[in-house]
Design a protein around this ligand. Structure first.
Ligand SMILES: C[S@@+](CC[C@H](N)C(=O)[O-])C[C@H]1O[C@@H](n2cnc3c(N)ncnc32)[C@H](O)[C@@H]1O
Length: 311
């Protein structure tokens, strides 16, 4: 679908760039340059590049925005320079004591190669909500993933990635499932159930029921990750999560409190929650959380850093 997303001149210069990069023998340099190209790929396309989803930018299309090879080189040069500096800085920090192992893994699934009770610290930032209504990572990285020929989870097409991320697959979750696990989720459920009962018409009822399903599916997935993480941790080990609380249907979902409550069931004790303002981050401050076209709600303005300890 390249013709749809790129001007033909850009398409040619991107293809030429890929050809030139592929001709480089050193794999590290090749990977480095591919990543640099990936960083500008949305910007040189017709897509609205400061959002997450794949929408065509009417202005870019009307202006017939294109990048010939000189323009493309101008765009990528500062990225190459910045990334070269970053790699040098990283090399200075690396004293060779640690060799990272990288796993390509769905965190909801227990990884057998990490032993139970073997990990000192988990530092992570899970998604802040389901991909469809929060941050569509799959859509956001679709061009890059295709450019870098990356695979999705479970041998699926990379464009299906969003469905395999936390909360991506909406399941029917029994309302009672969370009753004993998190008082905050229980309150959310009860609030949504009363809204469903009071809904003016079937459409409104369905909309509210679907949103409740989305919410519960997301927390159910997150709970699986907490369970796995708790199993990997050593006693007294720390589990630190960065997240934010979304507002859905005018209801604030206190994900930090929910994590603290769910954690108790997995032997994780809350040590502290720190808050920080979200500055300058590519984040949907306003999202269509209601899934109604054109209806947006202010969503996340601060992040929480939740510190749990395995007891
Ligand atoms: C808030 S972002 C954190 C990004 C990360 N801190 C970074 O700097 O790249 C959440 C990340 O969780 C990933 N994710 C979502 N569902 C996942 C799953 N089931 N297993 C593993 N990672 C997942 C998303 O793709 C996304 O990159």
């Amino acid at each position: 679908n390249k013709e749809f997303w790129f001007h033909e001149v850009t398409n040619k210069s991107v293809n030429d760039a890929i050809g030139a990069i592929d001709a480089i023998e050193d794999k590290k340099i090749k990977d480095f340059l591919r990543i640099c190209l990936s960083e500008i790929i949305r910007e040189v396309s017709y897509c609205v590049h400061n959002g997450f989803k794949l929408h065509k930018d009417k202005k870019k299309v009307n202006d017939e925005l294109f990048f010939d090879k000189h323009e493309l080189l101008k765009k990528i040069t500062p990225i190459i320079q910045r990334n070269t500096r970053a790699i040098k800085e990283l090399k200075n920090l690396d004293n060779g004591d640690f060799t990272p192992k990288v796993y390509f893994q769905d965190s909801r699934v227990k990884l057998e190669s990490i032993k139970e009770n073997s990990v000192d610290l988990i530092l992570t930032s899970p998604p802040y909500g389901d991909s469809r209504t929060t941050v569509a990572y799959g859509q956001f990285s679709a061009f890059s993933s295709e450019l870098l020929q990356l695979n999705s989870l479970y041998d699926k097409a990379i464009r299906r990635l969003d469905n395999d991320l936390l909360g991506g697959d909406t399941k029917d979750i029994e309302v009672e499932d969370f009753y004993d696990k998190s008082l905050t989720i229980r309150n959310i459920q009860e609030l949504f159930l009363s809204r469903i009962a009071l809904a003016e018409d079937k459409k409104e009822q369905k909309r509210t029921r679907d949103r409740l399903k989305d919410i519960l599916s997301f927390y159910d997935d997150l709970d699986k990750c907490l369970q796995n993480g708790a199993d990997y941790l050593k006693k007294d080990g720390f589990f630190v999560l960065v997240t934010a609380s979304r507002i859905v249907h005018e209801t604030k979902l206190h994900t930090d409190i929910i994590i603290a409550e769910l954690g108790i069931n997995h032997g994780l004790k809350l040590k502290n929650i720190y808050y920080r303002d979200i500055h300058n981050k590519r984040m949907p401050r306003k999202v269509s959380a209601t899934n109604v076209v054109g209806e947006t709600t202010a969503t996340m303005t601060e992040e929480s850093i939740i510190v749990l300890q395995k007891i």
